[in-house]
Design a protein around this ligand. Structure first.
Ligand code: NAD
Length: 491
């Protein structure tokens, strides 16, 4: 890299982005952003007030009509230009994410690739928004179906994938012709601010995207959601916050997309290729230090291979290097903050107290930063909190089963339904599980499913709607139906 951490941080805007201008907050307050590997402040940025939030809605509403009628090709080319700029600055965005969120640099580079693909994909989709035209069944009229931008959209993102969670919403909104206000998580706002500057350089007109950063999310968001000019709320984050936002959105009858929590089962059958299952498990569990909505939360392993699987996973886990994400060879960076360490540890200790066997790890790492040891627990007792809650940390939990029906029952025993992973060589069994596991996505003999070209999303309390794929742009489009008379006058 040809730049220092200090140079990069100095280039990141520290103000709000409203109506194409970088403006100070009217609150007079600021937000300190921390490096979770050291606990030190790396940058101080503006802390938006309620008034700033409404100003952002003003800006988005003002240009909605002009942006919505901008040629799709122009919207697509701006996204493509942003994709190209992001490739040039991949190292900068990767380092910025590692600094504010903690993930190892190699994973941050992977997120630049993944997050960037939404720009390319939706740049291509912008020119493929099509409708249909047909004769009505009676023959007395012609039916036209077309798709129009929903309107000003409020996009709220979490801290765990600072770039990809933003581009997964911003790119389809821009492609569809919607203006937007984005509110990144207060723990990792820098990537979104730096990305907004990149979009500005890519030629995005003033007011199309506005960024507000705030430490008082609830207070600032509620009036935005209640504003009659807003037409869409897209949220990625925890299920409890999603429920609150759905209630608020009901008052204004907003279109909503909800990408919420997960509790993914990872099911390994006795006929599975165990080498592949272990490789998949390492990815599904330790990507992002276990802090992914798609993270495997419960390993459900056939009793005949459970000990072997646990032994192999433990051996792999013992090879993982813990450290600051910028250091070479580090696989396990810090968790996002000390609260996350406390939560993971409480779940581990509860499981052990109820009778689980600790195979490795099981405690926080002393010294600066919010580190937790990668951990493997087997023989988890039913009813343990760790099987019900999102762990959001580097902890493998193994339970065993005897037959397929029991595996399905265990896997579905959760309020969540985001993703499941299944490892088996039996094609018919794999096909049965596609239909019997209640999740919006499935990895069949693979440990990672995310792709900009695929519809990402969950069922049950994991959410509503899909991001990515050809479905993703429709989250930002309304369907309009038009009837015209038979042009032949009913011949
Ligand atoms: P969170 O729910 O605490 O916060 C998410 C965002 O909502 C943040 O920007 C936060 O500032 C904001 N927020 C919090 N309270 C709010 C309120 N009352 N009004 C408006 N905004 C509010 O979640 P988090 O800790 O940032 O992220 C982790 C969670 O996100 C996990 O549950 C994870 O599974 C989920 N997640 C889901 C997906 C998915 O695609 N399904 C992807 C990534 C993360």
């Amino acid at each position: 890299m040809t730049f220092s951490e200090a140079d990069l941080l100095a280039r990141v805007p520290d103000k709000l982005f409203i109506g194409g201008a970088w403006v100070p907050s009217t609150s007079g307050r600021s937000i300190d952003v921390y490096d979770p590997s050291t606990g030190l402040v790396i940058k101080t940025i503006a802390d938006a007030s309620v008034e700033d939030g409404i100003r952002a809605v003003d800006a988005a509403a003002e240009v909605q009509a002009s942006w919505g009628s901008t040629a799709p090709r122009v919207r697509g080319e701006i996204l493509r230009g942003a994709f190209d700029l992001l490739q040039e600055r991949a190292d900068e965005f990767a380092l910025l994410m590692t600094l504010e969120m903690g993930k190892p640099l190699a994973e941050a580079r992977g997120e630049v690739t993944y997050g960037g693909e939404f720009l390319r994909w939706f740049g291509e989709e912008a020119v493929r928004i099509s409708g249909r035209y047909g004769v009505n069944p009676e023959g007395s009229g012609r039916m036209i179906v077309t798709h129009l931008p929903v309107g000003p959209s409020f996009l709220i993102t979490p801290w765990n994938f600072p770039l990809a969670m933003a581009t997964r919403k911003i790119a389809p909104a821009i492609a569809a012709g919607c203006t937007a206000i984005v509110k990144p998580a207060e723990l990792t706002p820098l990537t979104t601010l730096y990305f907004a500057r990149l979009l500005e350089e890519a030629g995005l007109p003033a007011g199309v995207l506005n960024v507000i950063t705030t430490s008082t999310s609830g207070e600032v968001s509620a009036p935005i959601i209640a504003d009659k000019r807003l037409r869409k709320l897209s949220f990625t984050g925890s299920t409890p916050v999603g429920r609150t936002l759905l209630k608020q959105a009901s008052e204004n009858v907003l279109r909503t997309s909800m990408e919420l929590g997960g509790n993914a089962p990872f099911v390994v059958f006795d006929d599975a290729d165990l080498d592949k299952a272990v490789d998949g498990a390492m990815l599904a569990k330790f990507r992002n230090i276990g802090q992914a909505c798609t993270a495997a939360n419960r390993f459900i392993v056939h009793e005949s291979v459970a000990d072997e699987f646990a032994a192999r996973i433990t051996a792999r886990v013992n090879e993982l290097t813990i450290g600051r994400g910028t250091d070479d060879g580090v696989a396990i960076g810090p968790l996002i903050n000390d609260g996350a360490v406390d939560k993971a540890d409480a779940l581990v200790q509860d499981a052990i107290a109820r009778g689980a066997t600790l195979l490795t790890g099981g405690s926080r790492v002393d010294g600066g930063g919010s580190f937790y040891q990668p951990t493997v627990l087997s023989g988890i007792v039913p009813g343990s909190d760790i099987l019900r809650e999102e762990i959001f940390g580097p902890v493998v939990t193994i339970v065993s089963f005897t037959d397929e029906a029991e595996a399905v029952a265990l896997a579905n025993d959760t309020e969540y339904g985001l993703v499941s992973y299944v490892f088996t060589r039996d094609l018919a069994r794999g096909q049965r599980l596609i239909e019997s596991l209640a999740t919006g996505m499935m990895g069949l003999n693979v440990g990672v499913v995310s792709n900009a070209a695929a519809p990402f999303g969950g069922v049950k309390q994991s959410g509503i709607g899909r991001e990515g794929g050809s479905e993703g742009i429709h989250e930002y489009l309304e369907t309009k139906y038009v009837l015209t008379p038979d042009p032949f006058g009913g011949r």
